[in-house]
Design a protein around this ligand. Structure first.
Ligand code: NAD
Length: 355
């Protein structure tokens, strides 16, 4: 039976990729994209769906209880996929309030509205899927196994603490009220529509403009990277086969330290410029256009306060229970990402001065 989805944060990086993925894979479903369009939200991310009669956009805040309630009722929503969040760790260090407001209060507002609409009277079949992060588990030592679902929560930044709080609220609404919830905790994503304040798009767009590539500390911090479409595929698996009340960790089994990623991006773009001479004319400020390597732009900067050293995911539960595995390798995923950024300068340039 066709579903009616409300996707929060759909104008952001992962939300937009999810909406594109879902619309293509489930053309009979209805999708309402719900987004406050903060600095990280971009209406243009949803432009490819503008002619789709089953797609609509609501410009609103998840903290606006009446608006959420009315939207759920108006669209007969039976599934919420909740991406909306303040998501940048650095911003959570300089300004944590917005993280508490959106990630904690906003998630609670959605849960309250979902309970009101879905559990009233005899209730109806529904799903509240909450998208969370591996950062709630804290930091790993070099030889520790990857994060698993029963791992103790040890969030270290205001961002991860606010996401941890939202995970607990989602869990509590299941246990206390019987709301039909699932949660996924994913590792670092990369791919199209990635806002250029995050490491990979920041490095790509800085290389193309000949600007320094800032690397925190000595660059040894490790993350587990997943191509964004593989994250969307994982959420689809959980929505279709996940057990209610359960959490699934989604990861790429793909650990890289920050310096190695920056060097990889430099080397890949150096190779692109030598293979495609037209790139030097399109990006004259890139070091390759002047005959030097992007690696010359690498600049070590003071480490982030409380910087977690290593994240890695044990994806055994989702792969064993739901037959999930990523489709992209890091090589193919990075190649697709570079193609996208090289071809979509009109998308990323206007975002560079947003605060
Ligand atoms: P993003 O910052 O790119 O997008 C967030 C979106 O939420 C934006 O469109 C923004 O306008 C919207 N938003 C923010 N506050 C809102 C509010 N109060 N009401 C309505 N909309 C609001 O974030 P992202 O990287 O796409 O992350 C999406 C989700 O996935 C987040 O919950 C994040 O914690 C989680 N996650 C992200 C990653 C990652 O690597 N990016 C990894 C694991 C989990």
């Amino acid at each position: 039976m066709a579903k009616s989805l409300l996707v929060t944060g759909a104008a952001g990086f992962i939300g937009a990729n999810f909406v594109h993925y879902w619309a293509a894979a489930h053309p009979d479903d209805t999708i309402v994209a719900y987004d406050a369009l903060t600095y990280a939200g971009n209406r243009a991310n949803l432009d490819p769906l503008s002619g789709n009669a089953r797609f609509s956009f609501v410009h609103a805040d998840i903290c606006d209880y009446d608006r959420v309630l009315n939207t759920l009722r108006e669209h007969d929503t039976d599934t919420i996929v909740h991406f909306a969040a303040e998501s940048h760790v650095d911003r959570s260090i300089t300004g944590p309030d917005a993280f508490i407001e959106t990630n904690v209060v906003g998630t609670h507002c959605l849960l309250k509205a979902a309970r009101e609409v879905w559990l009233a009277g005899d209730g109806m079949d529904h799903r509240f899927h909450h998208v969370s992060t591996d950062e709630v588990y804290g930091s790993l030592a070099p030889d520790d196994p990857g994060f698993f679902e029963e791992q103790k929560y040890e969030p270290n930044s205001p961002y991860s603490a606010s996401k941890a709080a939202s995970d607990h609220l989602v869990r509590a609404y299941h246990h206390t009220y019987g709301l039909q919830v699932t949660t996924s905790n994913c590792s670092n994503n990369y791919g199209p529509y990635h806002f250029p304040e995050k490491l990979i798009p920041l490095c790509i767009t800085n290389i193309l403009r000949g600007l320094p590539l800032p690397v925190y500390g000595d660059g040894s911090n490790i993350r587990d990277w997943l191509y964004v479409e593989d994250h969307c595929r994982g959420i689809e698996k959980v929505l279709e086969g996940g057990r209610l009340g359960e959490t699934y960790n989604i990861g790429g089994n793909n650990e890289w330290n920050n310096l190695a990623i920056v060097e990889l991006l430099c080397d890949q773009l150096d190779a692109r410029f030598s293979d495609e001479p037209g790139l030097s004319a399109r990006y004259p400020d890139a070091p390759q256009a002047g005959g030097t390597s992007a690696r010359d732009l690498i600049t070590f900067v003071e480490d982030r306060a409380g910087h977690d050293w290593r994240y890695a995911i044990d994806a055994g539960k989702i792969s064993g229970e739901l037959d999930y595995s990523p489709h992209e390798t890091f090589e193919t995923g990075i190649a697709r990402t570079l193609d996208w950024f090289l071809d979509n300068e009109d998308w990323w340039r206007p975002l560079l001065n947003r605060t």
